[in-house]
Design a protein around this ligand. Structure first.
Ligand code: GLU
Length: 414
């Protein structure tokens, strides 16, 4: 039977597999396989041409035994409630892998920001927060950016929540602009965390960093920043892509130039490169492959053709469980999303702490604290995976589920 590509089915399968390895009691596993609360909302927005359009959105709160919910809000035409539920489960795992005092949550609005004006984007952002305001808050559930949302959107969202409460509440949301309580370093945090895990993996595998080849799928916040940081570290970024095209240059791409091209439109405007498809990018022979776009891009169908030695999941859920098994079998190291992209939520946590204590840190301080969390977490996961002869994903899930189960026990839930 063909593997399900429903992210919620996938997340439940992953939790069950790790729970079995851990020997968790069945009722504990049952709790962890479902979100505690899912709010579904529909809200009207006036578009620039005067039409009223009703948008659908969701906020899923997976587990709050360890602290308030935490996780981004994505704006994307393909958002579904099952996707948001899965993403909230992955956030619980992610927060617990790196030891943050949060449970997982996630939000999504079905919309396409690529076809919306700034004014429309602002009204959708404010409308969604108004619709979910009752279930979020600095001690309840703290949203952040995700696919096609950014600091500007977070600023509008924080403003809407603060107005509704009648209190300035920067700690309700992270990833804000610096002028209203954002943290230095949050913009690069996801990519920086990812690069730290790649460098540890290369050390473990004895791969030299200088001149190592890299392909990055996705040229949003995580992808483009990871490409730039890896090039700065001396690696040869031979391929990158956005949703419109992939670009390739064997000698190494000029990332700064591609960032300018992207800001002006899409990577289709690049010059002095060969154009490839997103599928070809994934199968490029490179040392390191970084999927930094969406879910389910490496499946049972193409996993056998992946030629990278290391796959670092900057995106959430890019590799399916069947693909995981195929890659593990052939010795490809997959650094799972819940670790490889945990730098983002880690600096979100720093931002929340800074907001709550009204004291602000330097960029250097943020980066040093980030490395102090990501590097030891990498080794904890890698060591446990090796000990159990399993994937790093299962190692990460085992650590996270154990912590969540302990918290639920301590609170008397189980
Ligand atoms: N959306 C990001 C993620 O998937 C960041 C979440 C956050 O900072 O709360 O990890």
């Amino acid at each position: 039977m063909a593997e399900s590509l429903n992210s919620y089915v996938i997340a439940q399968r992953q939790v069950e597999e790790a729970a079995n390895l851990l020997g968790l009691e069945p009722h504990v596993t049952e709790i962890l396989k479902r979100p505690r609360r899912v709010l579904s909302v529909s809200f009207p927005v006036r578009m620039d041409d005067g039409r009223i359009v009703v948008f659908d959105g969701y906020r899923s709160q997976h587990n709050d035994a360890m602290g308030p919910g935490k996780g981004g809000i994505r704006f994307h035409p393909q958002v579904t409630v099952d996707e948001v539920k899965a993403l909230s489960m992955w956030m619980t795992i992610k927060c617990q892998v790196v030891g943050l005092p949060y449970g997982g949550a996630k939000g999504g609005v079905v919309c396409d920001p690529r076809t919306m004006s700034q004014g429309e984007l602002e009204r959708v952002s404010r409308g969604f927060i108004e619709a979910i305001a009752q279930i979020i808050g600095p001690d309840k559930d703290i949203p952040a950016p995700d696919v096609y949302t950014n600091a500007t959107v977070m600023g509008w969202m924080m403003d809407t929540y603060s107005r509704l409460q009648g209190t300035y509440s920067p700690a309700v949301i992270t990833g804000k602009p610096l002028s209203i309580g954002g943290s230095k370093g949050r913009d690069e945090a996801t990519a920086r965390g990812c690069v730290l895990t790649v460098l540890e993996a290369m050390k473990e595998r004895g791969l030299p960093v200088q001149g190592a080849s890299v392909a990055v799928q996705g040229f949003g916040n995580a992808g483009r920043t990871a490409a730039r940081l890896l090039a700065e570290a001396g690696m040869r970024v031979v391929a990158v892509s956005d949703s419109s095209t992939g670009v390739y240059h064997d000698g190494g791409l000029d990332i700064a130039q591609l960032e300018r091209v992207k800001d002006a439109g899409s990577l289709r405007g690049a010059t002095g490169v060969s154009f490839i498809t997103n599928e070809e990018l994934l199968e490029t022979p490179v040392d390191v492959l970084i999927p930094a776009a969406l879910e389910n891009v490496i499946t049972a169908e193409n996993a056998g053709r992946i030629r990278a030695q290391i796959v670092a999941e900057a995106a959430n859920g890019p590799v399916t469980p069947d693909a995981d098994a195929i890659l593990f079998e052939k010795g490809t190291l997959v650094i799972p999303d819940v670790l490889a992209n945990a730098g983002g939520v880690t600096v979100s946590y720093f931002e929340w702490v800074q907001n709550l204590t009204h004291s602000y840190w330097s960029r250097e301080e943020v980066y040093a604290k980030l490395a102090d969390i990501i590097v030891p977490s990498y080794h904890e996961v890698s060591d446990l995976a090796r000990e159990h002869g399993t994937t790093m994903r299962m190692g990460a899930y085992m650590i996270a589920l154990r912590r969540a189960a302990d918290a639920m026990k301590a609170r008397g839930w189980v």
